[in-house]
Design a protein around this ligand. Structure first.
Ligand SMILES: *Cc1c(COP(=O)(O)O)cnc(C)c1O
Length: 235
């Protein structure tokens, strides 16, 4: 993988985003790309930054911190936490990430709120929803989302920007589509409620294998790893 390849991959991705966005009357610029860099080295992250990407996603705090430090000289970079956050990593996550997308329980909301209060900070978050119902997956069950949103609204340290989900692990495109449509339905209900004070805007859904479906179903933030960087080598 070199910078030329990343640039070419990005061109293909942007073309596909534009086509999928058009189907719902939106423009490619309305869809943000998160470059998911887990397992990829800082040198590739830098190439992606040079290619124009600005938001980067990591799953684990420990893996992210050395890359965040290595890319400190990139003025416009921001890092999003997208993996399950253990409670003993909350402080480090707050200190190192611009947004925590993977807030998946009321407990975690409380923990983040308490630590941000102590730090004198506010934290930008998304709530992760398990729309596919797969037991192995983290995320709030759809039926619990509204009550958690109501409680987060009472936590001044948390700024809730929207919802995040991981599509089902399946080749069944209809199932994937239903799961994404389900999240969009939950999102709309919250966005139209009095709880929305104007910040609630982001629907983070869609990865390498399903981002076009996600966009067709209303996503405005896709999280791409392999589409940008190629296959992950896991040992
Ligand atoms: C790994 C990961 C991605 C990106 O996956 P790809 O299939 O490589 O695009 C997106 N979101 C989350 C939460 C991930 O863990």
């Amino acid at each position: 993988m070199d910078s030329q390849t990343i640039q070419n991959n990005l061109l293909i991705i942007k073309e596909r985003i534009a086509q999928a966005a058009q189907k719902t009357g939106r423009r490619a610029e309305d869809i943000q790309i998160i470059a998911v860099t887990k397992t990829f080295p800082a040198t590739l992250v830098r190439q992606a930054y040079t290619a124009g990407l600005r938001i980067f996603g990591e799953n684990r705090v420990q893996e992210a911190i050395p890359k965040i430090i290595a890319l400190q000289d990139c003025p416009e970079i921001s890092w999003h936490m997208i993996g399950h956050l253990q409670s003993n990593k909350v402080r480090k996550a707050i200190e190192n990430f611009a947004m925590i997308q993977s807030v998946d329980s009321l407990d975690l909301c409380n923990k983040i709120a308490n630590i941000s209060r102590a730090l004198g900070r506010k934290v930008d978050i998304l709530l992760e929803v398990n729309v596919s119902g797969e037991a192995t997956k983290s995320g709030l069950p759809p039926g619990k989302v509204f009550s958690v949103v109501e409680q987060v609204a009472e936590m001044p340290e948390l700024i809730l920007h929207g919802l995040m989900t991981i599509g089902p692990l399946t080749n069944d495109r209809d199932w994937t589509r239903r799961a994404f449509a389900n999240l969009k339905g939950i999102f709309d209900k919250i966005a139209e409620s009095r709880i929305n004070t104007g910040q609630f805007k982001l629907i983070s859904m869609g990865m390498t294998d399903d981002y076009e479906i996600a966009i067709e179903e209303g996503s405005n933030m896709i999280r791409l790893g392999r589409a940008i960087f190629g296959e992950r080598i896991t040992s």
